[in-house]
Design a protein around this ligand. Structure first.
Ligand SMILES: Nc1nc2c(ncn2[C@@H]2O[C@H](COP(=O)(O)OP(=O)(O)O)[C@@H](O)[C@H]2O)c(=O)[nH]1
Ligand SMILES: [Mg+2]
Length: 199
């Protein structure tokens, strides 16, 4: 190995598989769609919303000359799609677990359903917690029981998740940050896994 062994050989492409999970309706498909197209479609057709499994791919630049191709897996949160997640989510490199800040039950289900399901399918997988639809909380005219930033942060901490990020696919706020962060986490994980295998 030469002096540059830790650098990526030119032309070599890093690829990582990212699962996106969370309750139905929390905004998973909209988040991915905004990341792919820079656009939010309020009138997403129903069949698209209910899609059983969709895989998008996009090249993300981590830093100069270091790129990673993300394969982003989106399935419905419904129980009926559980068998599909079982088939498709093993070997994921990292997972984005979503909830909506206007739906506190969807936050509780992170702990109750999504963390256990992902830990079972992919033991030790890095998990990023994402609170969607912050535009609703920011623009609220009435007092409603929105999930607070501290609630999300505590959920992430309490479940050993790598971070907590709030975003809005509608406003495009923080969407890029979510995927930049998960790309970095996923790339780092592979190095650790490889080191352990070689040890
Ligand atoms: N206000 C607001 N609505 C959103 C946002 N993201 C998604 N939605 C709406 O929430 C609903 C469910 O979104 P969808 O992406 O299909 O959720 P999924 O079932 O988790 O894939 C749709 O009506 C979206 O238009 C957001 O950031 N802000
Ligand atoms: Mg969806």
């Amino acid at each position: 190995m030469g002096c540059c062994s830790s650098q990526q050989a030119s032309g070599e492409e890093i690829q990582r598989k990212i699962a996106v999970v969370g309750d139905s309706g929390v905004g998973k498909t909209s988040l991915i769609q905004y990341f792919m197209t820079n656009d939010f479609d309020e009138y997403t057709p129903q069949e698209y919303i209910a899609s059983a499994l969709k895989v998008d791919e996009k090249l993300v630049e981590l830093k100069k000359d270091k790129k990673v191709r993300l394969y982003i897996y989106d399935t419905g949160g419904q129980e009926t799609f559980k068998h599909l997640r079982k088939l498709n989510y093993p070997k994921s490199d990292a997972v984005i677990i979503c909830f909506s800040v206007e739906n506190s039950e969807s936050l509780q289900n992170v702990k109750k359903n999504w963390v256990p399901e992902m830990q079972k399918l992919c033991p030790g997988i890095p998990m990023l917690l994402v609170g969607n639809k912050v535009d609703l909380r920011n623009s609220a005219r009435t007092i409603k029981n929105f999930v607070r930033h501290a609630d999300g942060r505590n959920m992430a901490k309490g479940n050993k998740m790598v971070s907590y990020i709030e975003c809005s696919a509608k406003e495009g706020e923080n969407v890029k940050e979510v995927f930049d962060h998960i790309a970095q986490v996923a790339v780092k994980r592979k190095v650790i896994r490889k080191d352990t295998e070689e040890a």
